[in-house]
Write a protein that binds this ligand. Structure first.
Ligand SMILES: [Cu+2]
Length: 125
């Protein structure tokens, strides 16, 4: 009477573990696509989420407009700290976005002026 019950319980646990394993992939940073050797992503869209820029290193073409979208729960900015020209989105409230046009080639560095540990780069060529 007791042995068959124990076997049944073990089977349930194994099934749960298998289910957990098979569903663990695919979530998270699925938007990160590497291009080139630098690891930077060729895109004109940067999402601000989890107190970070995603992706934090991008490449763009001269004249592109980079759209910064605040998908976080608090206000952030995208403010240049170095590079061929300066830009500043100003305060981006939760859910809002702003475009920044890059008209000079080079590598821009930027941060969030509120949370300066949030940093990113845009390589324009
Ligand atoms: Cu911030």
């Amino acid at each position: 009477m007791r042995a068959p019950l124990r076997i049944a319980a073990t089977t349930v646990v194994l099934t749960l573990m298998l289910a957990a394993c098979s569903s663990s992939g695919g979530s998270g940073n699925s938007s990160k696509k590497s291009s080139g050797s630098s690891g930077a992503v060729a895109t004109t869209s940067v999402s601000i989420k989890g107190f970070a820029f995603n992706p934090d290193a991008i490449t763009a073409k001269l004249g592109d407009s980079i759209t910064f979208t605040n998908d976080d729960t608090t206000t952030h900015t995208s403010t240049s700290t170095g590079g061929p020209a300066s830009f500043d989105t100003g305060d981006l409230a939760k859910g809002s976005s702003k475009k920044v046009k890059v008209t000079k080639a080079g590598t821009y560095k930027y941060h969030c002026s509120i949370h300066t540990y949030m940093t990113g780069t845009i390589k324009v060529s």
